[in-house]
Design a binder for this molecule. Structure first.
Ligand code: SF4
Length: 187
């Protein structure tokens, strides 16, 4: 069992349950906020503030990447909008693995494994592939089983819970009913 883990953290609410599980196993994670996919700017700031609140309330150390990654993200996904989630996971997990190795952590993981709305198997496979490449371990857990519990905890703590995944494409899908209907029809 690796006891020191760099935990990529996508936001405050999604951190609560994985943190509880890992601490229950005797693992003390250090959070890493690196999310160039979160747009627009005010939403990015708001999610950072929510994670800061969780970190204070749960005594979690976090390494912050505070730069707003709009341009970096869009350059990576342009002309690949339909496959953007794979690109998005890769950007975030690769940076987490890279940082974990350079700081001497034996393992890394991600709170993205908590969300039932993400492509879970893809995340697991990508994490394992990056682990091989960087020569460290990927700590895989299926945190989705605690989704309701984590959301309840966030609600009780009064932590901001976002309404869409993060990028401007997901924001459009969340609020454009016609687009959602079209997508459902084509799937
Ligand atoms: S929908 Fe979510 S996971 Fe997919 S690209 Fe957008 S922010 Fe990333």
């Amino acid at each position: 069992m690796e006891r020191k883990v760099l935990l990529h953290t996508c936001c405050g609410p999604c951190t609560l349950y994985p943190l509880r599980v890992l601490r229950g196993e005797g693992v003390e994670p250090v959070g890493f906020f690196y999310n160039p996919n979160i747009h627009p700017y005010r939403e990015f700031r708001r999610r950072m503030a929510a994670l800061r609140e969780v970190a204070e309330k749960r005594d979690l150390e976090v390494i912050w990447h505070r730069d707003y990654g709009l341009r970096e993200f869009l350059r990576e996904v342009v002309f690949r909008e339909e496959d953007r989630c794979e690109v998005c996971y890769y950007l975030r997990l690769r940076e987490t693995a890279r940082l974990a190795r350079s700081l001497g952590y034996p393992a890394f993981s991600t709170t993205l494994l908590y969300s039932p709305f993400q492509k879970h198997e893809l995340l697991r496979d990508m994490g394992e592939e990056l682990a091989r490449r960087f020569g460290i371990a990927f700590l895989y857990r299926d945190f989705r089983e605690g989704y309701r519990r984590g959301q309840k905890e966030a609600l009780e703590l009064g932590i901001y819970r976002q309404a869409y995944c993060g990028c401007i494409f997901s924001e459009e899908e969340r609020y454009d009913k016609k687009l959602r209907r079209r997508r459902r029809g084509s799937s």
